[in-house]
Design a protein. Structure first.
Length: 152
């Protein structure tokens, strides 16, 4: 078995040949601006695809607030449970948006805003009355004028 010489001259020669053979690295071209004009339609179509196969996910996607800026799409949901569900699906969501928008540089952020009003289902007569009052304050005057009571 023959060994290669370990002289400095030999090492410099091999280093020079390796440097010549190495491809030159150039800076990546800056990402082109993303046209977000179609984002609402794309987002609705994506959410609709879950309507029958995953109603819970569909509901979260439909009610998430979506905002886009630069190369980032931000989804805002009302609580941590919804955010966790979206975090689990983040790779799939991001891939679908990148494909639909033809934007490889797109990133996705998920934010929680507990101020987002959730649809509250009303069950009791008192809850129904309060919900109706929020929609029309004149209902109280009508109730008082007719001397009506809420049946519990």
């Amino acid at each position: 078995m023959r060994r290669a010489p370990l002289s400095i001259k030999h090492i410099q020669k091999n280093l020079a040949s390796l440097q010549q053979a190495a491809p030159t690295v150039t800076a990546a071209a800056p990402a082109r601006p993303i046209d977000f004009s179609e984002l609402p339609a794309i987002w609705n179509a994506y959410a609709d695809s879950f309507q029958t196969k995953s109603p819970g996910k569909y509901d979260i996607l439909k009610h998430a607030q979506i905002k886009a800026e630069d190369h980032t799409v931000e989804l805002t949901v009302g609580n941590a449970v919804q955010a966790d569900m979206l975090e689990e699906a983040k790779a799939d969501i991001c891939a679908a948006l990148r494909d639909a928008l033809h934007a490889d540089a797109l990133s996705l952020n998920i934010r929680i805003d507990e101020q987002i009003k959730q649809d509250i289902k009303v069950y009791t007569a008192n809850e129904k009355y309060k919900s109706m009052l929020e929609q029309n304050a004149e209902l109280r005057n009508f109730k008082d004028a007719l001397q009506l009571d809420i049946e519990l």
